[in-house]
Design a protein around this ligand. Structure first.
Ligand code: GAL
Length: 678
């Protein structure tokens, strides 16, 4: 390796340690380019204010062209050049996609679909998470890379794998089947316990031994729901174990270098609550659709989830696109100013880094039409100019690093419930995320920041806890939620909650099961409603709702409003039970956006939560990081926002106002230093 004191000396500016400023950069894939371009890359990175490059994510075939034959010279060269240019390197373990020889030597390492189709090489991520051959080769490579670059001065962090489960969240191959059996044996101990949990008395599914149990391959009709859920859980664990195997090598050789892997926002296939303790900082990949003017709602929620997963550790955007992606059916570019706006939204919600996929736009391969920091048009382009101005703007926001975003409201995000409600053979086709976001939106509109939490978390610090659809409930989670109310805070539970336990067995005698005494109601029947059919609600609160009706029986609560029509006509739609100055609400439907705004205003009134906005404004969000307030207008049109008694801020299209932004950005989107009172 040619790292040396000389290259140290050539550093023009001393670097603050990693994550001590808002990091800026992206995935750098130099193997796609000649060394002449590498020099230009470093110069352009410096011009753009890049602080960190993620290198080597898809470099395995170049690093180990034949099994056991390694070729690191080019990577040495790249790291030296980057270091010389003052760019830090987040070095990948390069295991995201195996080289073609893996499939030739070990065809069994290829993943299989539920239908039994073996997925071949020629794309990426063509490995089964449970493949022992893949694991052996991958770990050998990791050890080589970590040993070689452990002391390289450019190295600031390890990037393990890449987007675990992105293309192959589950594999149904033979080794996965064996691993699944072992996982089940560990979980249940005896096959009788498994039969009990899976309710195999139904449809003659009783097993006599673990050897008879399989991964849930394609079946003639509805598969066993608990088997499906266990396979979801197993598959998430299989990915995690792969990550942990790499991690243990990295930790042994470089215990002081921070480690991450990139998450994919709300990703159903990996239960990130069980991953986060193994990461030193959280990274997220995020590609909102510029054609969807409401994508900012999911985007804000995704940022909030990352901050919540990080739980005080730093988090960064590992991948974002400067403009269009290439994987939707129509790939609309980002309008001028939108990428800056979305990047600042991430910073406002706690991010300490804005990185991109990728640095230089490929001229060949499946991603040649995906935008990048240096587009095909080269540096003399609008996109590169905007990249440079974003880089300098983020450099000026260094004082935000480490400042916390405080939330008084927690939303329960429960992977088991998510997976369960989206299974087949349910009362209705439900999108857990759509439902969650329909609940999140009114809080965002009000300028109320939300943390996400698992149902088992300590919720005592929150003035309000919202469980939009906690379908899976155990006695323990119910006890945890009861403590919210006992502590004098507000608990809000949405429809189709409390239906089953962790084995997906229905709570008998009235749905809501162990939540019944907390809410003071039980649910006798469900009545899903066809899309588009509005439901009227009347009482102390009036409005409309849609999608769902629980037939609620009041036991010990106050009925706030009832259904005026539909199957559940005259049964309670909104109930409230008070205890110890706390209150537990049940919402037996999906309120319309207007009713949601009304309800949030009411819940704010009875809790210690203070919205940042005096009234919701379409497309505008407000959030506070430390004592810095951000107002963000996600619409192309101007908006006027009231933020306090007679304090009005006028926001142009795609504008961000913050008392942290002191300069006008030079991309034509202006920022102002202070709010103006009038
Ligand atoms: C991510 C992946 C990147 C790139 C990007 C394109 O899923 O990690 O390598 O493919 O998508 O949007």
């Amino acid at each position: 390796m040619s790292t040396n004191i000389e290259s140290e000396r050539m550093l023009e500016t001393p670097r603050p340690p990693f994550l001590q400023r808002i990091e800026f950069g992206g995935d750098y894939n130099p193997e796609q380019w000649s060394p002449q371009i590498w020099d230009e890359d470093v110069q352009l990175m410096r011009r753009a204010g890049v602080t960190v490059a993620t290198v080597g994510v898809f470099s395995w075939a170049r690093l180990e062209p034949r099994p056991g034959e390694y070729c690191f010279k080019w990577l040495d060269d790249i790291l030296d050049r980057l270091h010389k240019g003052g760019i830090q390197v987040m070095l990948a373990t390069a295991t995201a996609s195996p080289p073609p020889w893996m499939a030739t030597l070990h065809p069994d390492s290829l993943p299989e679909t539920a239908e039994g189709t073996r997925l071949g090489p020629g794309s990426r991520q063509h490995y089964s998470p449970s493949s022992s051959a893949f694991r052996t080769h991958a770990l050998r490579l990791v050890e080589k890379i970590v040993e070689r670059y452990a002391g390289h001065p450019a190295l600031c962090a390890w990037h393990i794998g890449n987007e675990y489960g992105c293309h192959v969240p589950k594999s149904y191959d033979t080794e996965s089947t064996t691993a699944f059996r072992a996982w089940l044996q560990q979980k249940y101990g005896t096959v009788a316990a498994l039969n009990d949990a899976w309710c195999t008395a139904f449809w003659a599914q009783e097993y006599q031994s673990f050897e008879e149990v399989s991964v849930p391959r394609a079946t003639p009709t509805f598969p066993n729901p608990t088997q499906m859920l266990d396979f979801d859980r197993f598959s998430s664990d299989a990915l995690l174990h792969l990550y942990l195997a790499e991690l243990s090598i990295v930790r042994r050789i470089t215990p002081d270098i921070p480690v991450t892997t990139n998450f994919m926002g709300m990703f159903k296939s990996a239960d990130y609550w069980s991953w986060v303790q193994h990461l030193d900082f959280i990274s997220d990949d995020v590609y909102p659709d510029p054609a969807d003017e409401d994508s900012y709602v999911g985007l804000a929620a995704q940022r909030d989830l990352m901050r919540s997963l990080a739980a005080g550790k730093p988090w960064i955007v590992m991948e974002s696109a400067t403009s269009a992606v290439q994987w939707r059916s129509v790939n609309v570019p980002k309008p001028r100013g939108l990428h800056r706006l979305q990047s600042l939204q991430a910073v406002a919600r706690g991010a300490d880094g804005i990185l991109h996929f990728q640095w230089r736009q490929s001229y060949g391969g499946a991603e040649r039409f995906h935008s990048s920091m240096v587009p095909h048009a080269g540096p003399e382009s609008r996109i590169f100019k905007e990249v440079c101005s974003l880089g300098s703007e983020l450099a000026d926001l260094g004082q935000l690093t480490g400042l916390r975003v405080q939330a008084d409201v927690a939303f329960i995000l429960d992977w088991d419930s998510w997976r369960a409600v989206e299974q087949d053979a349910m009362p209705s086709t439900v999108s857990y995320l759509d439902h969650l976001l329909a609940w999140y939106r009114p809080f965002l509109r009000a300028g109320i920041t939300v943390d996400f939490q698992p149902a088992s978390a300590d919720l005592s610090v929150y003035a309000m806890v919202v469980a939009p659809m906690l379908h899976v409930v155990t006695e323990r989670t119910a006890e945890n939620l009861a403590r919210v109310v006992d502590g004098g805070n507000v608990l809000i539970v949405g429809c189709f909650s409390g239906v089953v336990n962790e084995d997906l067995h229905v709570w008998l005698g009235g749905y809501l099961g162990p939540l019944r005494p907390i809410l003071g109601v039980r649910v006798e029947e469900y009545a899903p409603v066809n899309p588009g059919l509005p439901l009227a609600i009347d009482g102390l609160v009036k409005g409309t709702a849609s999608t769902w009706q629980d037939v609620v029986v009041n036991e010990d609560a106050e009925v706030i409003a009832s259904f005026m029509d539909g199957y559940a006509v005259s049964s309670p739609a909104l109930t409230r039970r008070e205890k110890n100055n706390g209150a537990a609400w049940y919402v037996a439907t999906l309120p319309s956006p207007e009713l949601m705004d009304q309800l949030v205003a009411r819940w704010v009134g009875e809790s210690q939560v203070t919205p940042l906005l005096a009234a919701p404004v379409d497309g505008v969000e407000a959030v506070q990081r430390g004592d810095i307030t951000f107002l963000i207008n996600h619409r192309a049109e101007e908006r006027e926002v009231e933020i306090g008694p007679s304090e009005i801020v006028r926001l142009g299209g795609y504008q961000v106002f913050s008392n942290a932004i002191t300069t006008n950005s030079n991309d034509g989107v202006t920022s102002r230093a202070e709010f103006h009172s009038c």
